[in-house]
Design a protein around this ligand. Sequence first.
Ligand SMILES: *[C@@H]1O[C@H](CO)[C@@H](O)[C@H](O)[C@H]1NC(C)=O
Ligand SMILES: *[C@@H]1O[C@H](CO)[C@@H](O)[C@H](O)[C@H]1NC(C)=O
Ligand SMILES: *[C@@H]1O[C@H](CO)[C@@H](O)[C@H](O)[C@H]1NC(C)=O
Ligand SMILES: *[C@@H]1O[C@H](CO)[C@@H](O)[C@H](O)[C@H]1NC(C)=O
Ligand SMILES: *[C@@H]1O[C@H](CO)[C@@H](O)[C@H](O)[C@H]1NC(C)=O
Ligand SMILES: *[C@@H]1O[C@H](CO)[C@@H](O)[C@H](O)[C@H]1NC(C)=O
Length: 451
Amino acid sequence: MAAAAAASSTSSSQPFLYLLLRSLLLLVAARLSSASLKLPLHHTLTLSPTYPQRPATVVSPVVSGASAGTGQYFVTLHLGSPPQPLHLVVDTGSDLIWARCSSSSNSSSSSPVDPLRPFHPLLSSSFCPLHCYDPLCRLVPRVPHFPCHRHTRIHSACRYNYTYGDGSFSSGIFASDITTVNTTRNGLAKLPLLHFGCAFHSSGPSVSGPAFHGAQGVLGLGRGPISFSTQLHRRFGNKFSYCLMDFTLSPPPTSFLIIGNHPSKNSTMAFTKLIANPALPTFYYVNVTSVSVDGVKLHIDPSVWALDETGSGGTVVDSGTTLTLIIEPAYSAILAAMRRRLELPEASPSGQVPFDLCVNVTGVRRPRLPRLRFGMEGEGWMRRKATFSPPARNYFIDTEEGVKCLGIQPVGDGGGAFSVIGNVMQQGYLWEFDNDRSRLGFTRRGCAVSP
Ligand SMILES: *[C@@H]1O[C@H](CO)[C@@H](O)[C@H](O)[C@H]1NC(C)=O
Ligand SMILES: *[C@@H]1O[C@H](CO)[C@@H](O)[C@H](O)[C@H]1NC(C)=O
Ligand SMILES: *[C@@H]1O[C@H](CO)[C@@H](O)[C@H](O)[C@H]1NC(C)=O
Ligand SMILES: *[C@@H]1O[C@H](CO)[C@@H](O)[C@H](O)[C@H]1NC(C)=O
Ligand SMILES: *[C@@H]1O[C@H](CO)[C@@H](O)[C@H](O)[C@H]1NC(C)=O
Ligand SMILES: *[C@@H]1O[C@H](CO)[C@@H](O)[C@H](O)[C@H]1NC(C)=O
């Protein structure tokens, strides 16, 4: 999910582009689900404190959005005293943690075991709204013109309105409460003062409807000060990792979101530098330097991938976006190369599948699909290039029986546009977002193992 530029920067051309980008994506997500694409996932939230003498791993079961056909991945967060479970979208493309809130004090007005029960602040003894004068209130986009009085307690809560790229928004009260996390070694642990949005209004395609089905909110994991990972960094280090499991596997395997050091990570990880974009500080940018198809490097001017002085361009790694978006003319170059290398008949799929290239694999036992490889700038003193060579199922998507389509979308090269490596492309890899060392690690080994 792309946090709106409006929430973090002042660039004028971007909100419109974001809007375009997000609506495009959501359209795709919606169409894909009607084309029976299912994107299941089991996620587990894991936290491991930095104190070496008391290492603990927090594991909480995560329910997938598979049955709803959504392209999102979910994690369960327990908020309040006593803890209320909340299913949240895992989103590296935004910062705010928020959940739908109910102002009801009637615990039986909805079933306590209903997985989509909103958060009930009145049923949490530790819930605490921030005052509008609280310095932390400046970290969230405020509701404009809302009166803020230093001494009155009434109408003085910190009111936020967080907008996503397509105009979707979540608005309510910025508050704090206790989070309970499940540690494998020490049992349940309480983390005081997690700041989050208690949303009384949320609307728009990003935060409702099919794309959001099965979620009560969003767990923002971006690089900004209010994200989950940033808020927990004092205790666990500003680093997290996750695996997004193959959505075609059934039953969907369990994978993990880990905040802090991965306890059983292998040393096979490739690392690429994370680039900061002051215009859009939420996003994790990587520096793509080349793309090859079947080992042949495509002729794409390096400036196509570059993040320019105005903060346009570049490539973002986003768990909240389903498909991968590639900026023009790189997209056309990849499409042409794929078409050249494919030895399968092209197919015109039934229905409105928004893809440029589909092949008919009916009766072909092991269809040979071209290999796509991204070269990224290396990291560390050796500066070895980091090569990302995803398996074909990460970019050739089954849209119907016997039809596979290149699941990448083009984005125009106009001002403000950028490329996005979406969650389908990320599947089957362990990704480590290391803000402390400003690098992104990835490996195909490590998804099958519990931390
Ligand atoms: C913690 O984990 C245990 C075992 O997996 C599970 O039974 C329990 O429901 C979890 N509790 C929370 C709060 O996640
Ligand atoms: C609480 O909600 C239940 C179910 O909607 C309702 O039957 C009951 O009257 C409510 N109680 C109060 C005190 O509002
Ligand atoms: C929040 O922002 C959205 C769009 O930016 C707007 O439609 C909505 O009315 C705003 N809500 C509040 C409470 O200000
Ligand atoms: C990206 O990598 C290229 C090639 O190594 C380098 O010239 C360029 O400066 C890098 N861009 C950024 C923003 O670091
Ligand atoms: C795929 O090819 C088979 C014959 O080999 C044909 O019957 C089928 O209609 C084709 N499907 C599409 C979507 O083109
Ligand atoms: C690390 O690699 C070893 C050997 O390949 C494997 O047995 C182990 O499960 C791996 N651990 C993780 C976390 O992937």
